[in-house]
Design a protein around this ligand. Structure first.
Ligand SMILES: Nc1ncnc2c1ncn2[C@@H]1O[C@H](COP(=O)(O)OP(=O)(O)O)[C@@H](O)[C@H]1O
Ligand SMILES: [Mg+2]
Length: 248
C-alpha cells in the first residue's frame, strides 16, 4: 500500500531523513518508533505532501504520489495529528464532519451531523458532546474527537502521530485499544508514529525504528524483543547506556 524508497530530507545542515526505505502492506498496522527529533513527523508529512523530500520516491499502490491528483489522493487518508489539532471555533460535530461538509464527497448538513454522532459513539463519546466546543473537553476527550474525525470519511489509510502524548497511562491504554479495534474493523492500512512503547505493543503488526535518518530495524512486533539490534534494544528498554547518545 505504501512504499518509501531512498527518502532524503534535510533542513539546511540538518540531514533528517538519509535514505528511508519502508514497505507497508495493505491492511497492516505499522508503527514507527524513534527518539524525539529523529524525523518521524517529517516522514509522515513527506507522505502527505506537506513536506517535499529532496530525493527518493513515495508510492501508494505503486503510484508515485507526486503524479496523482492531490484532492483525490488526500481523500484516501485520515489523520490524527499530534496534539489533536481540533478547530477551536467549530463545535465537536463540525470538527468530526469537517471533510464531510466540504470537498468532492460533500454531504447534506443533517447527514454529516448524523455520521459525526455515530463516529463519536464509536470512540466512546455521547451524542451530547456533539454541540460542545473543543475548549470544553478534557485531553482524553479531545483525542477521541480527533480520532472520530480521522475515521469519519472511512479512509483507506490512517496516520496517527503520537496518539497517546499528554495522556495519563490509563487513558493512553484506552486510546491504544480503540485505535487497534478501529483499524481492524475498518480493514485500513495504518501508520502510527510514537515514542510510547505501550502504543507499539497495543497497535503494531509491524514495527520500524527510525534512527540517524534510516530505518535501523524493521520486523513483526512479535520479533522485536528477541531482535539483536542494540539500538532497538536500548530504545525499547529505555536505557541511558548504549549506542544511542542521550544528548542530542
Ligand atoms: N519545517 C521545518 N523546518 C526546519 N526544521 C524542521 C522542520 N520540521 C522539522 N524540522 C526538524 O527536523 C527534525 C525532525 O523533526 P520531527 O520529524 O518533528 O521529529 P519527531 O521524530 O520528534 O517527530 C528536528 O530536528 C526538527 O527540528
Ligand atoms: Mg513528531
Amino acid at each position: 500500500m505504501i512504499e518509501l524508497q531512498g527518502l532524503h530530507k534535510a533542513f539546511g545542515a540538518n540531514r533528517v531523513l538519509r535514505g528511508v526505505d519502508l514497505t507497508v502492506p495493505r491492511g497492516e498496522s505499522m508503527v514507527i518508533i524513534g527518539g524525539s527529533g529523529t524525523g518521524k513527523s517529517v516522514l509522515l508529512k513527506c507522505i502527505l505532501g506537506l513536506v517535499k523530500p529532496d530525493a527518493g520516491q513515495i508510492l501508494i499502490e505503486g503510484q508515485d504520489v507526486t503524479r496523482v491528483d492531490r484532492e483525490a489522493f488526500l481523500a484516501r487518508f485520515g489523520m490524527l495529528f499530534q496534539g489533536g489539532a481540533l478547530f477551536d471555533s467549530l463545535s465537536v460535530w463540525q470538527n468530526v464532519a469537517f471533510r464531510l461538509l466540504r470537498g468532492p464527497g460533500k454531504r447534506p448538513k443533517a447527514e454529516a451531523r448524523e455520521i459525526a454522532i455515530e463516529k463519536l459513539r464509536r470512540v466512546g463519546l455521547k451524542a451530547q458532546v456533539a454541540d460542545l466546543f473543543p475548549a470544553e473537553l478534557s485531553g482524553g476527550m479531545q483525542k477521541r474527537v480527533g480520532l472520530a474525525r480521522a475515521i469519519a470519511a472511512e479512509p483507506e489509510i490512517i496516520f496517527f502521530d503520537e496518539p497517546t502524548t499528554g495522556l495519563d497511562p490509563i487513558m493512553a491504554g484506552v486510546i491504544n485499544e480503540l485505535i487497534r479495534e478501529i483499524v481492524v474493523e475498518m480493514g485500513a492500512t495504518a501508520m502510527t508514529i510514537t515514542h510510547d512503547m505501550s502504543s507499539v505493543r497495543a497497535i503494531a503488526d509491524d514495527v520500524a525504528m527510525l534512527h540517524d535518518g534510516v530505518i535501523q530495524w524493521t520486523g513483526p512486533v512479535a520479533d522485536m524483543d528477541a531482535a539483536p539490534d542494540p539500538y532497538l534494544q536500548q530504545f525499547i528498554h529505555g536505557r541511558a547506556d548504549g549506542p544511542i547518545e542521550a544528548v542530542r
